[in-house]
Design a protein around this ligand. Structure first.
Ligand code: SF4
Length: 362
């Protein structure tokens, strides 16, 4: 696509890695699947990658719009480093236009103001708050991938893990750059990736780039979890859910965690109710019918389908309440204590586990 937005006065940015130079000092951004062609003096669809004199620059490098300490289960990652605390970073801009975005103040804002936070400072902040990981979240991290990668390198030097919460609308160039960098990823479908829903409510063409990215990330050895936001009436099609669940089973494996998230009205979509819980339960049953072993409901605190169940004996392997773990019924090898079936969770709940409460830092 051609991005024709002209910014009146683009501030200087940081050099980027993912673009190609084109004739007439245009550039083609290769970070996300939009592949914006950007004339000199303009920026891409995400607002934050801009053409300065025929070179693509990132305007939000080291400028954060949201910083927060979260439990890793909030991302949601239910099978990776359980009970750990992550330092969450978000910036301005996004490559999607979700009509219900709950972070629209930063994701859909053209501004790039924020707090300066170098990769070194980000890791210092994380360590000071006793976090074990860094997470890029609140807006789409692919659009600021060069900053994320520098933070990740610094984080790894200090023994922290790194994960993206991403819509997955990436390119092969982006997944190549993330190889060996990302430890875990939560890839977030909306409305099961049904193309009509994506076109109307997200302004994205369809799920193919997400599926390709998921396969590439999994092949790279990144721990993968899949989420799916269920929007009532317009994004809750059972057939689309069945198709997505079958794809996950066939291309990623039946043990990949699959989260069905409850939606709530926000931003420009205030006219629909919260997702009815029976709708979520029905879709959960479909995903199980398709053979997925670990299907979760999210944003339904206290619901029995928040727990991790042993797929062999059906007992509760991890008893969950929202983002918190109430009991851990696995042995030292992460096997179900009842039947010794191995549960694929990376890491163990710390013996001194204390819940991490969501703590905004700006
Ligand atoms: S990251 Fe931004 S500039 Fe690059 S292709 Fe995507 S929307 Fe366009």
């Amino acid at each position: 696509m051609v991005a024709a937005r002209t910014a009146p006065a683009l501030p200087p940015g940081h050099p980027t890695l993912l673009y190609e130079a084109l004739p007439q000092r245009k550039v083609r951004c290769t970070a996300c699947a939009r592949y914006c062609t950007i004339p000199e003096g303009s920026h891409g669809f995400c607002f934050v990658r801009a053409n300065h004199a025929g070179k693509l620059e990132l305007l939000t490098y080291g400028i954060v719009a949201a910083v927060q300490v979260d439990p890793v289960e909030k991302k949601p990652l239910s099978h990776y480093r359980p009970g750990t605390r992550v330092f969450g970073i978000g910036t301005h801009g996004c490559n999607w236009r979700c009509q219900y975005c709950q972070n629209f103040e930063i994701s859909q804002d053209h501004g790039i103001e924020g707090r300066k936070l170098s990769p070194q400072e980000a890791v210092e902040w994380a360590l000071r708050r006793e976090c074990q990981g860094i997470t890029f979240t609140y807006n789409e991290p692919t659009i600021f991938i060069e900053y994320a990668v520098d933070v990740i390198d610094e984080a790894h030097r200090h023994g922290l893990f790194a994960n993206f919460v991403t819509n997955g609308y990436m390119t092969p160039e982006a997944t190549d750059l993330l190889r060996g960098k990302l430890d875990a990823v939560s890839v977030d479908f909306k409305g099961s990736g049904e193309p009509g829903f994506m076109r109307k409510y997200i302004q994205a063409k369809g799920p193919e780039p997400i599926l390709s990215s998921l396969e590439a990330l999994a092949k790279n050895g990144t721990h993968v979890e899949v989420t799916n936001l269920i929007v009532p009436k317009v994004g809750d099609d059972p057939a689309a859910l069945r198709k997505l669940a079958a794809w996950v089973r066939d291309h990623l494996g039946r043990e990949v965690p699959f989260h069905l998230l409850r939606w709530h009205p926000d931003y420009k979509m205030m006219d629909l109710p919260e997702t009815p819980i029976p709708t979520l339960e029905k879709l959960h049953a479909i995903a199980k019918e398709e053979g997925l072993d670990y299907v979760y409901l999210g944003n339904v605190w206290g619901h029995p389908l928040e727990h991790t169940y042993c797929p062999k004996c059906g007992s509760i392997a991890v008893d969950r309440y929202g983002f918190y773990i109430r009991s851990w019924n696995l042995d030292e090898q992460n096997r179900c204590k009842e039947c010794l079936h191995p549960i694929p969770i990376v890491g163990h709940l710390p013996g001194e586990y204390e819940p991490t409460y969501v703590t905004p830092l700006m």
